[in-house]
Design a protein around this ligand. Structure first.
Ligand SMILES: NC(=O)c1ccc[n+]([C@@H]2O[C@H](COP(=O)([O-])OP(=O)(O)OC[C@H]3O[C@@H](n4cnc5c(N)ncnc54)[C@H](OP(=O)(O)O)[C@@H]3O)[C@@H](O)[C@H]2O)c1
Length: 310
């Protein structure tokens, strides 16, 4: 039963809605998936493989990627390529894009599932706060670098695996690396997901006259490896109190597959889905006064010329 909540809390109803399924074939379509070695990305890879996709798996661990590729092959993928990259480093994101360019002239679907949650403030060797670098900058940069391949497809989709965690906000453009504020894992996670949603508005603006659509989704509250990089206390708390109430990530894979395969989702821009239910994001994540600044700042961090993105 749906409870009548104020607008900002309406997302509490979304998880109760039925998940739409799809049996549409994507035989031979080129689908790039980051974070395909675990959880949401892994289940998505399985769904795409069993519907005949040509998969390009982006992973940081070669052995894990090989294992996933073997399973995807058995499930019926038409072709599988692997690109190895630590996506928290933007130099590696650039190399990853170059390798993908060599593998295919055309991309039909780009799914960004690589992500993390860190209870500790960690800076990468490139000086960015790691959660912001991985969850937001990497997905932004990879999308922009692959625009030529996405344009080559007849109709292409980019899907950010975002989160209801964007509601924690935490985004401060003057303190992206949390030097001036007390760092908390939830707020840093919220900052990265908020930045991704605000940037999505600007990317779509620039790609309005192209065949590329960009959308985002929450994959459900599901049992995966997210957060397992954190300390023992976090892991114990998660094991005792969080994991028992989490759902099966198989559902996330099914929902994502529906969003990328059913024609009715192929032309929408700037949507946010909770599984397959359309939802309004928090006010701060749809603020068009701030989105151009977030876009510009992200271009600077990624060493991109914002005027060349269209
Ligand atoms: N689980 C949930 O309830 C939930 C809810 C909302 C949103 N999400 C979002 O769903 C996405 C997937 O998360 P998940 O829950 O499936 O977590 P997960 O099981 O930990 O999967 C994360 C994936 O990202 C990869 N990854 C992590 N750091 C990386 C790096 N530096 N470079 C390249 N790849 C890296 C991991 O690779 P390894 O296998 O090598 O670790 C793994 O494949 C994330 O964006 C997360 O924010 C999850």
């Amino acid at each position: 039963m749906n409870i009548k909540y104020p607008e900002e809390l309406n997302f509490l109803n979304s998880g109760k809605q039925p998940i739409e399924k799809s049996d549409v074939s994507i035989q031979g379509k080129v689908v790039v998936i980051t974070g395909a070695t675990s959880g949401v990305g892994l289940q998505t890879a399985y769904e795409c493989a069993s519907h005949g996709a040509h998969l390009i798996l982006v992973a940081r661990s070669e052995s894990k990627a090989n294992k996933v590729a073997k399973s995807c092959n058995e499930l019926g993928a038409s072709k599988i390529d692997i690109v190895i990259a630590d996506l928290s480093l933007l130099t590696q994101v650039r190399r990853c894009a170059q390798e993908i360019e060599k593998l295919t002239p055309s991309i039909d679907v780009l799914i960004h599932s690589a992500g993390m949650h860190s209870t500790k403030r960690i800076l990468t060797s490139e000086g960015l706060e790691i959660v912001f670098a991985l969850n937001h900058c990497a997905s932004f940069l990879l999308t922009v670098l692959l625009i030529p391949q996405l344009k080559h497809s007849q109709q292409s989709q980019v899907l950010f695996i975002n989160s209801e965690g964007h509601r924690f906000n935490g985004l401060n453009l003057n303190d992206l690396d949390w030097k001036k504020r007390l760092y908390t894992g939830l707020r840093s996670y919220g900052a990265s997901k908020t930045a991704q949603l605000l940037s999505m508005l600007e990317i779509n603006n620039r790609l309005m006259n192209t065949n590329i659509v960009v959308n985002a989704m929450h994959p459900g509250d599901v049992k995966t490896n997210i957060g397992q990089n954190n300390g023992w206390l976090y892991r114990l708390f998660s094991k005792l109190f969080i994991q028992p109430i989490l759902k099966d990530p198989h559902q996330s894979g099914q929902a994502i597959y529906t969003l990328i395969s059913k024609p009715e989702y192929a032309y929408t821009r700037n949507a946010f889905y909770h599984y397959t239910t359309l939802e309004l994001v928090a006010r701060h994540a749809r603020d068009r006064k701030i989105s151009p600044q977030v876009f510009q700042k992200t271009c600077e961090l990624c060493d991109l010329d914002s005027s060349s993105i269209y």
